[in-house]
Design a protein around this ligand. Structure first.
Ligand code: PHB
Length: 389
C-alpha cells in the first residue's frame, strides 16, 4: 500500500511537472526576427513589409496559436556583405524561432543558407531570386511574394500582345535584375518579339543617362525596366526628362511604379506593368485590408505591404495547425505548404517549392494608382527548376 501511494504521488507529480514543462514551452513567446532594409534605396519597401506584417499580428491582438508573438528587427541595409553577420545575430544571439525577410535577393541568399544550416523557419516576403524556391528549396523555406520570372515573363507576353516587336531591357546587375530581364525576354520572344540589347548598371547606382542615350539610339518599340524604391523613382523621372516616354513604351514588372507614384508624378502617368497586386481590385478582402492599413499607418498599402501581411497570415496558419506547439515541425510546415492564403491580392496556393501560384494583373498608372485593367496570366506557377522536394 505504501508503495502504491508513493507511486501514485510520483505519477501525479510527474504528470504535473510534465504538464508544467509542456505548458511553459507553449506559453513562451514565439520570437520572429524581421530582417528588412530600413535604409538605402529599398528602405520604403522594408517599411511597407514590416507594416503589413505587424498589421496582421495586431489584428490577432498579438497572439496566435496560444503564443504571444514577439518581434525583433534588424536593418539589413540591402547590403549582401553584411547579410551573414545580420542573420547570425538574429538566429544565434537573439534566438528567434522564425525569420521573415528580406527585400534584396543578394541578402536573402545568406538567409536561405542560414535557414538550411540551422533548420530555422524562413518566410521570404519579397526577394525574388529563383534559387530560393528552386535549387535551394527546403521544407522550412517559404515565399509569399513571387519569383522574378513570374511578373517578368507575364510582362513579356503582354508586351508582345500589345504590338511591340523589339525591346531593350535595363536593370541593376545582380541576380534579380538579370532574372527579371531574362524572364521578360523569354515571354517576349516566345510570342514573336526580339530583345535587341540588355543593359545593366551596378546596384544601387542611379546614373542612368548614358544608358538612356543608348536606348534612344537603338530606337526599340519598348523598354523593359527592373528597378524599385528610390532607384525606380529616379529612373521614371529620367526616362521622361530624356523625352523617351512618348516614343518608346516603358514596361516593367510593376515594382517600377509601386509605392513610388508620389515621387514620379507626370512621368509615370499611363505606364503599363504586370504584377500580382493592383489598385482597384475591389474585393471584400482587399477593401478591408486597405481600410485597416490606412487606418493604422495613414498611407495606402502597396504590393510590399500585402507580401508582409501574407507572411504573417502564412505563419499563423502554421502556428494554429499545431496549437502553438512548434516542436511538431512537420505538421506545422505541412499545414503551411498546403494552405490557401486568403490574400488581399486574391487567394493563392503554394507550389511544391513553396512559392505562390498566383494571378498576374495588367495595370496602368492613373494618378496615384496602379489601376487594374485586366488579367495578364491566371494562376501562374514558377517552374521551380532544380527543386527536389
Ligand atoms: C530582389 O532583389 O529580389 C528584388 C528587390 C526589389 C524588388 C523586387 C525584387 O522590388
Amino acid at each position: 500500500m505504501g508503495f502504491s501511494v508513493k507511486w501514485r504521488i510520483a505519477a501525479v507529480l510527474s504528470g504535473v511537472f510534465g504538464f508544467v514543462s509542456l505548458g511553459s514551452a507553449q506559453a513562451d513567446p514565439y520570437r520572429v526576427g524581421l530582417m528588412l532594409p530600413a535604409t538605402g534605396t529599398y528602405a520604403a519597401l522594408g517599411t511597407a513589409i514590416e507594416n503589413g506584417f505587424r498589421l496582421y499580428i495586431d489584428q490577432r491582438e498579438g497572439k496566435i496559436g496560444g503564443r504571444t508573438i514577439e518581434i525583433v528587427t534588424i536593418d539589413d541595409e540591402s547590403n549582401p556583405a553584411k547579410a551573414t553577420d545580420n542573420i547570425n545575430r538574429l538566429i544565434k544571439r537573439d534566438r528567434v524561432d522564425a525569420v521573415v525577410g528580406t527585400v534584396h535577393s543578394g541578402v536573402a541568399m545568406a538567409m536561405v543558407r542560414a535557414a538550411q544550416s540551422t533548420g530555422t523557419l524562413l518566410i521570404i516576403p519579397n526577394a525574388g531570386a529563383a534559387a530560393f524556391t528552386g535549387a535551394l528549396c527546403a521544407p522550412n523555406i517559404f515565399r509569399t511574394s513571387f519569383t522574378n520570372w513570374q511578373p517578368a515573363y507575364a510582362m513579356g507576353v503582354a508586351a508582345a500582345e500589345r504590338g511591340a516587336q523589339t525591346a531593350v531591357t535595363i536593370s541593376w546587375r545582380y541576380a534579380s535584375g538579370e532574372e527579371s530581364a531574362n524572364g521578360f525576354k523569354e515571354g517576349f520572344e516566345k510570342h514573336g518579339g526580339k530583345v535587341i540589347d540588355q543593359l545593366y548598371l551596378p546596384f544601387p547606382n542611379v546614373e542612368f543617362q548614358p544608358l538612356l542615350t543608348r536606348i534612344a539610339s537603338l530606337r526599340p518599340d519598348a523598354t523593359y525596366a527592373f528597378f524599385a524604391g528610390g532607384g525606380a523613382v529616379k529612373f521614371v523621372n529620367d526616362y521622361g526628362a530624356a523625352g523617351l516616354k512618348d516614343s518608346i513604351a516603358l514596361y516593367s514588372p510593376g515594382f517600377l511604379t509601386e509605392g513610388t507614384l508620389a515621387g514620379q508624378g507626370q512621368a509615370a502617368q499611363g505606364l503599363f506593368s504586370v504584377m500580382h497586386y493592383a489598385d482597384g481590385l475591389d474585393t471584400p478582402k482587399d477593401n478591408a485590408f486597405r481600410a485597416a492599413y490606412q487606418d493604422a499607418y495613414g498611407v495606402v498599402p502597396d504590393v510590399y505591404s500585402v507580401q508582409g501581411y501574407d507572411a504573417a497570415q502564412l505563419l499563423a496558419i502554421g502556428l494554429e495547425a499545431v496549437d502553438g506547439d512548434t516542436s511538431r515541425t512537420e505538421s506545422m510546415y505541412a499545414a503551411m505548404s498546403g494552405a490557401t492564403i486568403d490574400s488581399p491580392r486574391g487567394p493563392f496556393t503554394l507550389s511544391r517549392a513553396n512559392n505562390p501560384v498566383q494571378t498576374m494583373y495588367l495595370r496602368q498608372v492613373e494618378g496615384l494608382e496602379n489601376k487594374v485593367i485586366g488579367i495578364a496570366t491566371a494562376a501562374l506557377e514558377d517552374p521551380a527548376v532544380g527543386c527536389r522536394m
